[in-house]
Design a protein around this ligand. Sequence first.
Ligand SMILES: Cc1ncc(C[n+]2csc(CCOP(=O)(O)OP(=O)(O)O)c2C)c(N)n1
Length: 277
Amino acid sequence: MNLNKKILTFAFQSRKFQLQVNKNIIDGKIKLPVHLAFGHEFVSALVRSFFLMSKDSLFLTHRNIHYTSIFSKNSRKIYQNFLLNKIQSFNTLGSMNYFDEKTSIKYTSSILGNNLSVAAGFAEGNKSSKSIVYCVVGDGAIEEGSFYETLLLSKSLGLRIVFILENNNFSMATTIKQRRFDMNIKKLSQSIGIKYYYFKRKDIISNVKKYRKIITNTREADDPVVLEFQILTLGSYKDGDNKINYHHGPMKLGINNAYVYNNDSDILYLMNKKLSQ
Ligand SMILES: Cc1ncc(C[n+]2csc(CCOP(=O)(O)OP(=O)(O)O)c2C)c(N)n1
């Protein structure tokens, strides 16, 4: 299968999986706060397409279904365990953390920033094998001090970590502008000697080429790298007069149509347009 087709296939696989989970939430069958990730499928499919299942590992945050759906062979079974009639016998601790020991997903945490230091420890312990540790964070999670600490530590120890920053502008109901100074991640990374790359949402084709080059180089280097992806998370809710574009719950969608929107605001629609040619 050619690369573009492969990426597209993973993205569709993730979307379809999420639509089913979304339906289970709407039907009241899943009560756990699964954070759906409609609109995040490009980045997870890209990571999956260059990921070496035998070597690499993945450290995730609370919003993880776009990865779990395509990285774990047991995802169907595990999300089945999230169903209400199974939940008593399945120890979820009431959270959407995902645990599957037969997968490359080594850790997920709903405590923002928690996966950063765990990823660093794991990378230090697995230095020799040319493997890559991928650590996913959001624009909210990087406000935790452990982001800076882990960047500094990983540069100092020469850890092969790819920090995947999924920047959807939102942290719960707040935009970056509303809650903090819009810090410059490029300058922050570079101040510690870490390479930084930005992936504009609509640049699908050039993003694939850029990502391939970065991962090829990273595998040969003993160095971390920061990749920031511009993301439009689909779904919103009203808070008084405010429209909050933060997807934290189910959407009124069926399971037959893969697209949430039939236009470029849906990354899957955009990907299909660009990658299926
Ligand atoms: C240490 C910590 N502080 C606060 C929270 C509450 N919280 C849950 S999700 C979230 C927003 C996270 O935003 P971001 O990292 O950008 O990810 P997104 O949900 O946008 O994908 C917050 C603040 C938490 N889980 N952990």
